[in-house]
Design a protein around this ligand. Structure first.
Ligand code: ATP
Ligand code: MG
Length: 568
């Protein structure tokens, strides 16, 4: 491609709308432009990279035996109503009506439609196992679209669905996708971690996420360097390390704690430590109320709690008037003793001795409270957020924590959708059985942003060769020097003939401008044709950490070809 013809509106200034590096660089490199909140157009450099990412994904999906098809994005409501997700998606689903007042949505994910497609088109058990996939645009009306294509409202996803006649079959299909994902993310040049993920209260027997560690990631992950355990915060567990678990139980005492509402206030009032307390939080879980208890210095993991309670909607903190009604006290004095709603206590709390809790009476607390003697929880389970340094649930060594960008998610669905929609098969003996499913997503456009987050410097993007919009750029220093222009053209043509994706910077610009643009848009290799071109010498410089080397034209072409082929 000749840069004089390339639509590449690079920006010198950092656009005000962008907070994170990848978003800034995608805008500055002229890859994308914003049309509305969370909605982006891809310009030529953007689409080139997007297509390369798609190609890698397609190759690995095909190699794993998955078949590509393409579903519509505009979808009738029926299947989503049958699965219950018309309601579950709530405000994040783009819904609309057609001219006959029929309900439609823009597909946020396609489990229902693929299930329906198999019901409609697969006639014999002999056709299973089967994995189908598509690379397609998804729509989610995200509460907080941000970070450019990282969390957008229209984005490209690769979604695959496996269909098996047994759980063992599902395990095999799942493992194939797992392996394919490892190959894909490696080929995309991403440094990734695979973590155990929450599979929700509603069916599903296992789920893993592919995370790219990055401070801008929106998911927390906990991992153990000693044994390799890794999990999303939503799921991560640890071994409780109780303080004074063997202490002798003291008599419970009610104490007057005027104007003490928070743990911090209580700590200074009683001269104790946060771990001497257990906090009790009241939640609304669908149409009932429950209490959850964790140690004073811990946080409740609302995903774990939701799964335990088994509610449909996300938990919400109980309204203050409800807290007053349930506890007979002002907010801040809730406690488990005598409380008449189910109390879910964290494992760690169950190992504490002689601790302080609210007394369900304004300005009052109990001290020396002991579980079993003074109250009995409805259920004891792990309901807290793990923290850096907690003991690994597998090996007991201290856990580390990091932020991660979720680029992929694989999920054993089981029979949730096949049951809801009626996907069954007749086995050899003519008995009717349910098909078991898995689903497997990759955030195609998010991968681009993640790759930039991991590969950049102060000058711009440093593309992994596999997804660079162009692999090599050839730059004549002086575009008015005929000898240089001719030599650059020649190198450009030779590289093209070798199948290299090459740019020729034939613009009538200063050399500095050309170099800056090449760095900004992240081209992995640059060949500069300057003063020594008369002697057949050019400059050769890899974008990543490379020194400039002088090479003969022939050598530069050969090296460039092997650099590109060796890195794809
Ligand atoms: P998140 O937790 O980030 O909202 P999710 O778990 O809801 O994502 P999935 O339903 O698992 O997403 O979708 C599969 C993949 O699609 C995700 O792993 C992610 O890479 C990508 N993805 C999801 N939502 C978005 C979005 N709003 N913008 C870009 N990519 C997205
Ligand atoms: Mg997910």
């Amino acid at each position: 491609m000749r840069m004089s013809k390339l639509l590449m509106p690079t920006l010198r200034e950092v656009p005000a709308e962008a907070e994170i590096t990848s978003h800034k660089l995608m805008l500055r490199a002229g890859m994308i432009r914003r049309l509305a909140a969370g909605i982006y157009s891809y310009l030529p450099l953007g689409i080139k990279t997007l297509q390369k990412v798609e190609k890698i994904i397609r190759e690995e999906m095909d190699a794993a035996g998955a078949q590509e098809l393409l579903m519509p994005a505009l979808l009738p409501a029926e299947a989503y109503m049958a699965s219950g997700r018309w309601e579950v998606f709530g405000a994040s689903m783009f819904k609309m009506k057609d001219r006959y007042d029929r309900d439609y949505c823009l597909g946020p994910t396609h489990e229902e439609l693929f299930t329906q497609a198999v019901i409609d088109n697969v006639k014999s058990y002999k056709e299973y196992p089967m994995t189908l996939y598509q690379i397609q645009t998804k729509y989610r009306d995200e509460g907080r679209p941000r970070f450019g294509v990282m969390r957008s409202r229209e984005f490209v996803m690769k979604d695959a669905y496996s269909f098996d006649t047994s759980d063992e079959g599902l395990d095999v299909s799942y493992k194939k996708m797992y392996d394919a994902y490892c190959k894909i993310f490696t080929r995309l040049g991403l440094d990734f971690t695979i973590v155990d993920a929450d599979s929700g209260a509603m069916g599903g027997s296992g789920s893993q996420e592919f995370m790219v560690k990055s401070p801008v990631g929106e998911d927390g992950i906990a991992y153990c360097e000693a044994c390799g355990y890794a999990a999303n915060y939503e799921k991560a567990e640890c071994i409780p390390q109780p303080k004074e678990a063997d202490a002798e139980e003291k008599p419970m005492e009610k104490i007057h704690t005027p104007n003490v509402h928070t743990i911090e206030e209580l700590v200074s009032f009683l001269g104790a430590q946060p771990y001497d307390f257990a906090k009790t939080i009241i939640y609304k879980a669908d149409d009932k109320y429950v209490a959850a208890m964790v140690r004073g210095d811990r946080e409740i993991n609302e995903v774990k709690l939701k799964n335990l309670v088994g509610c449909i909607d996300d938990l919400e903190l109980a309204e203050p008037f409800k807290v007053r009604e349930i506890t007979n006290a002002e907010v801040g004095f809730a406690g488990p003793v005598g409380l008449n709603i189910p109390v879910y206590a964290d494992k760690e709390v169950s190992l504490m001795k002689n601790f302080v809790v609210g007394a369900n009476e304004t300005d009052m607390h109990y001290k020396n409270v002991n579980i079993g003697r003074d109250f009995t929880p409805f259920e004891v389970a792990d309901i807290r957020v793990v923290e850096e340094g907690d003991a690994c649930p597998k090996c007991g060594k201290p856990l580390k924590t990091a932020q991660g960008i979720e680029v992929g998610h694989i999920f054993k669905l089981g029979t949730k959708y096949s049951d809801a929609l009626g996907l069954r098969y007749l086995d050899e003996d003519g008995a009717s059985k349910t098909v078991t499913m898995g689903c497997y997503g990759i955030g195609v456009t998010r991968c681009i942003a993640a790759a930039i987050e991991q590969n950049n410097d102060e000058h711009g993007i440093i593309w992994p060769v596999s997804i660079a919009p162009y692999e090599v750029t050839v730059i004549p220093v002086n575009s008015k020097n005929e000898e240089q222009v001719k030599a650059a053209e020649e190198i450009y043509e030779r590289l093209k003939a070798e199948g290299v994706d090459v740019l020729l910077d034939d613009r009538n610009e200063r050399a500095g401008v050309k170099f800056n643009d090449a760095d900004l848009i992240g081209i992995p290799l640059r060949i500069v044709v300057g003063k020594k071109c008369g002697e057949g010498i050019v400059e050769y410089k890899p974008r990543r950490g490379g020194e400039t080397e002088e090479k003969t034209t022939d050598d530069a072409v050969k090296s460039a070809v092997s650099f590109v082929k060796g890195n794809i």
